[in-house]
Write a protein that binds this ligand. Sequence first.
Ligand SMILES: [Zn+2]
Length: 183
Amino acid sequence: MDLNYRINRDVTCIANSEIETNKIISEKRQCNLNVNVIKYKREVTKQKRISGEAYIGYRRCGKIVDHNTMRSKRIMKETCSSKKCQNLKNRFCQNFDEKLRRDIFKKFWSTTTWEEKKTFVISMVANTPRKSDTTGLGDESRRSNTFIYFLNHTNTERLQVCKIMFLNTLGLNEWMVRNWIKK
Ligand SMILES: [Zn+2]
């Protein structure tokens, strides 16, 4: 009697633990599925951002990360219309017509990694220390650099353009480029 009771109790215990285990497995599966969906969404967002397409961005609000911020697609902005550039001997903004600019823009955004874009930007910006220390303090930390920007005019020739022309043609903002070219 006592033995039967114990066996029954053990069987019930095993059955209950199996139900519990199955529940955990099923919850784990659901969890894995959710994780995979989140990973997939992140990957899609990442790829869209890299290729300059519109995407839904993430925004952190305290501990909560919302995935609901619409980011518009990258666009090529207007060409340089600076009178200064037209008069300077070393500025060739006017040599780039809209078709050429669009080709440069498309090529830049067709690269599939940020690393490639960064490498391209670094190769197109020359960093030269300013000739004179304008602060007159000889202070190393205050010494600034001058950046010179280029765009490919042909496959073999690149021409100097102004910063606005460079940023507008590639559809980039200044902080992004600064971030890439700083040592
Ligand atoms: Zn210009």
